[in-house]
Each structure stands twice: as structure tokens, then as C-alpha cells.
Design a protein around this ligand. Sequence first.
Ligand code: PLP
Length: 410
Amino acid sequence: MNIKNEDDPMNPIENTSQFVFQTYLRQGKAFVRGEGTTLIDEDGKTYTDFLAGIAVCNLGHCHPIITRAIERQARTLVHVSNLFYTVPQASLAAALVEKSFADRVFFSNSGAEANEAAIKLARRYFQSKGNKNRYKIITMEQSFHGRTMATLSATGQDKIKEGFYPLLEGFIHVPFNDIDALKAAMDDTVAAVMLEPIQGEGGVIPADPDYLVKVRTLCNETGTLLIFDEIQTGMGRCGTLFAHEGYNITPDIMTLAKALANGLPIGAMLATQEVAKGFDLGSHGTTFGGSPIATAAALEVVNIISDEAFLSGVNEKGAYFRGKLLELKEKHSRILDVRGKGLLVGMEIDTGTGGDEDKDAGFFVANSFERGFIINGIQGKILRFAPPLIIDKTEIDRLVAVLDSLFSAI
Ligand code: PLP
């Protein structure tokens, strides 16, 4: 099937190279269609997607129920602003509150904006009570919280901060999974601790379960707010609707984005009633946040993903996938580690010491792509897999066979 329109002179690769800011290293061909776990490029070649638009299309591409919700809402009401009430936004807020620890939701358009709102809320919660000195946020080394100035300042990776100094004041980074380091950094100027239950961009690094419990206890003892960034780990990705559910603790604030509307831009910042008091009339806002189409789609996403049977399928397939990758690890000494939870899976590889045989993550990403599989590389040495949660075991087997042949060839 050749779906390139010969009459259309548009060349997406040339035009993107010429007209779009060159901030991304893009791969391969332009995609023109997505169906379930499959993406189709302009030459009609199909790819099995093990990335889901970076943990976004958790229900697969163009899921019929989501597409219908988008179509229906696009015909009914597209935008009125947050100066008015809308049914989809109200319904989604009620559903998120019903299914989480939270009592209130603030909607945004992206993950960075949701985190920006969380940071602002943590500061304002204390300042509105007259505590002006309590404004610092402790985050984790290797964390990723976004690209706005505040979320960049919160992020614990130096390389993405280069050239943007001075950053926002008041962020302290401590090593992840180290409770003593966190205790040492705590004082009465700290408003909140912010972390990802599994660091996604940092290399798929899960929090130790007892670490999270200790963080919660420490926050309780010191009256510090706990913020979970579940932008990548939420919406069923880790086998529960929100990853922290697997650890039996709750935060005071949680952020969501990515998969919340299965591909439409949306973010959400959820908080307890007490903490939500930090934002009052006029204290925060957005034109588009929580707009009707995105929230109508997200409501369907929440309903589908929160189903017990759906989530147990994610756990089962995740365990199967990790099991198969661990079998590969037994066979190939270049595989150093397989980790993750549910269907957020990382594989750390030994990239060698600089000789001809050296193969970094980019080699596996490019060769998998050639063979019709989309995977992702982080920091040159970690392969990240975040397939649509509807992936099946046959597709997992086929990717594992490709990886097996690639590791055998080096
Ligand atoms: N937080 C986490 C944990 C993320 O993984 C990301 C994106 O990768 C963000 C925040 C930023 O989200 P966005 O790119 O929608 O601004």
C-alpha cells in the first residue's frame, strides 16, 4: 500500500528540517496513520509501536471509543474558557476525584504545566498561611519534570539546563532512593518533596517501596507536602491506575498528563481539600486547560483504564515482557539490567569501551525501526519500552526475537 499522495509536493522530512526548530533528533519516515499498536509510514510500511508516543497512547492509536468521543464533542462544543462551566470538564474532575486520593483537580494542557501548577500550589499553600519562608522544593537527581523554567529548575538533570541559567531559586536535588540524603536536606524552609514513583526519563528507575513509605512518613512528621509526578507512570502504565497505588501511600498533590486523553494535549494537578485551599479565586489560570474535547476524551480513557480486568491484563503482560527480556539477559552479557513496572520497562545495556563492537542504545533503536518496531533509547545506554497497554503477547514475542537477533549479531 502506497499512501503517499503523488500530487502533493509536501515533503514532511525536508519541510520539517527547514521550517521547524531543530530541537529534536527525529527518526525515519513521516507517519501518516495509526491503528491500535500499529503505525503506518508514508510508504505504507507498518511498525509495531513499543513507545506509544512516549507513554501517551496507552489505549493504542485511534481507539474507536476515544475517536467517537472526540468526534461527538467536536460537533457539540469546542471551547468556552474557564470562565464558564462545561459538562466534560466537570465529569472528568468527578471521575478523577472518585478514583484517587484527591478532592480537587486543576486542568492544564501539558505535563510541565501540571507540574508548574503543583509547584505554585505548594508555595502558595504555605504563603497563604503567612509562612513566607517555606518555599523550597526537594526533587530527585535524575528526575524529569518538564521544560518550563520552574519545571526545568525542578528537574535533576544538568544537561537539559545548559544555557538556561539562572534558573528559578529554591530547588534542592537529592539522590533518589536515599532517605538519609532526604532527611539531611529537610528543614523548615522546605514546602514540598516532589518525585516520580518510577523515574521515566531518568532511565526507568523505580522507587524502592520502603523508600516511598519513609518519604511519606518524613513528610508527615515535618508537615511537608508530598508531590507525585505521575505524568509518565499514571493512567495504567504501571499496572494500577496511578503507580503510587502499588505502594499503599498517597501524596498530597499528584500531576498527570501524557496518557490522560490518549493523545490529546491535557494535564491535571490533583490535590487534597486541605492543600487545594492554597489556590483561591484568581490565583492561577489557563485559557485552554480542561477544554471540552480533551476532557471528553480523557473521561473515556479513565473509565476504560480503571477497569480491574484491564489493569490485571497490564500487569500480566508486563510480567510476561520482563520475563522474556530477563531470558535474553541470561543469554547476552551485554544486557545489564531489566527493570520497571507494568508496561513501563527499561533495559540497561553495556555499550562497550569504545571499540568496533560498541553499540549504544541508538543502534538498537535504529535497527528495531528498520525491522518495523518502535522503541526508545535514553542516555545512550537504556532501552525504554512503553507500548500501548493493549499490546499482545505475540507482538511482545516478535520484538523480543528482533532484540535477540540484534544482540546475537554484535
Ligand atoms: N514529568 C514527567 C515525569 C515526564 O515524563 C514528562 C515528559 O516526559 C513531563 C513531566 C513533562 O511533560 P510535558 O512534556 O507534557 O510537558
